[in-house]
Design a binder for this molecule. Structure first.
Ligand SMILES: [Fe+2]
Length: 278
């Protein structure tokens, strides 16, 4: 079953975002690079067995891993984008929980717009909506986590066990795409941890360049194991929501988490300080 095009959903996001402080997402035509990437993804999806993949997604309580997903040309552009923003990586160290670097959507908007365009790829969003079985919307413009790059570059870089908790009124889905992986890191996960009566299932995957991981953030308990010596790993995260509204307290908690654990206060609160280009 085909779901509505993301172009329409983005309009819907703007309409639905009535009690959020988030500004509206501007509608911009696709660049030739984004148009080509979207067409490549559409072609690649022709080879996907949707019924099998959807069954697996459902049986794993809204989690799927595909080792080969992105077309090589798209992955190459992501690698180039990730390299181009390396000077802008913000590193964080939270003892016992997280160590690593990240680049927020605000920096990507300015310096690597291909990532932002891929985030809104109609072909990609149609695929994810079919998997999720519900309409997905881009996260609001002021969410630094809407799309972000994670950099594991120093020994011990990792993130501990957590959920990608939704602070939105609706569900929050996470898409992870492998960009660079010359590492021994694994995404370790636990399925059904919040599924009473269903036995927990543990798993671990590496996601190399072009691989896809997609899950409901409130359902998948997961972590990334520590980077070894002389290793490097870069991954891309996209966040989609089913209802982009967020209460003011949840907004505060979400912003503080993003400022402390990921992007720094300057990145997260720059919109409030009126420094963001729109
Ligand atoms: Fe996560």
């Amino acid at each position: 079953m085909r779901r509505p095009l993301p172009v329409e959903t983005e309009k819907a996001a703007n309409v639905a975002d009535d009690d959020s402080t988030a500004p509206l997402t501007p509608m911009t035509p696709m660049t030739p690079a984004a148009f080509a990437a979207d067409a490549e993804i559409e072609r690649a999806l022709d080879t996907v067995d949707f019924d099998t993949v959807t069954r697996e997604f459902k049986s794993q309580d809204a989690f799927i891993y595909l080792e080969k997903f992105l077309p090589a040309t798209v992955t190459e552009q992501l690698i180039a984008a990730a390299r181009s923003v390396t000077p802008n990586v913000n590193r964080n160290y939270l003892p016992g929980h997280k160590q690593g670097g990240s680049v927020s959507r605000h920096t990507l908007d300015e310096l690597a717009p291909f990532v932002a365009e891929l985030y809104r790829s109609p072909a990609l969003m149609r695929f994810l909506e079919r998997l999720a079985g519900e309409k997905l919307l881009p996260s609001p413009q002021d969410d630094p986590h809407a799309y972000a790059l994670y950099y594991y570059t120093r020994p011990g870089d990792h993130i501990g066990w957590h959920y990608d908790t939704s602070y939105y009124k609706g569900r929050r889905y996470t898409l992870l795409l492998g960009v660079v992986d010359q590492s021994s890191c694994k995404l370790e996960y636990r399925l059904h941890t919040r599924n009473p009566g269903v036995p927990q299932v543990d798993g671990a995957v590496a996601y190399p360049p072009g691989a896809l991981v997609f899950f409901d953030g409130d359902k998948l308990h997961h972590r990334i194991t520590p980077l070894g010596d002389n290793e490097e790993r870069i991954s891309l995260t996209f966040e989609y929501v089913t209802d982009p509204r967020m209460g003011s307290w949840q907004r505060f908690i979400s912003n503080m988490k993003d400022a402390i654990a990921y992007f720094g206060f300057r990145q997260v609160f720059r919109q409030l300080l009126g420094r963001t280009k729109r």
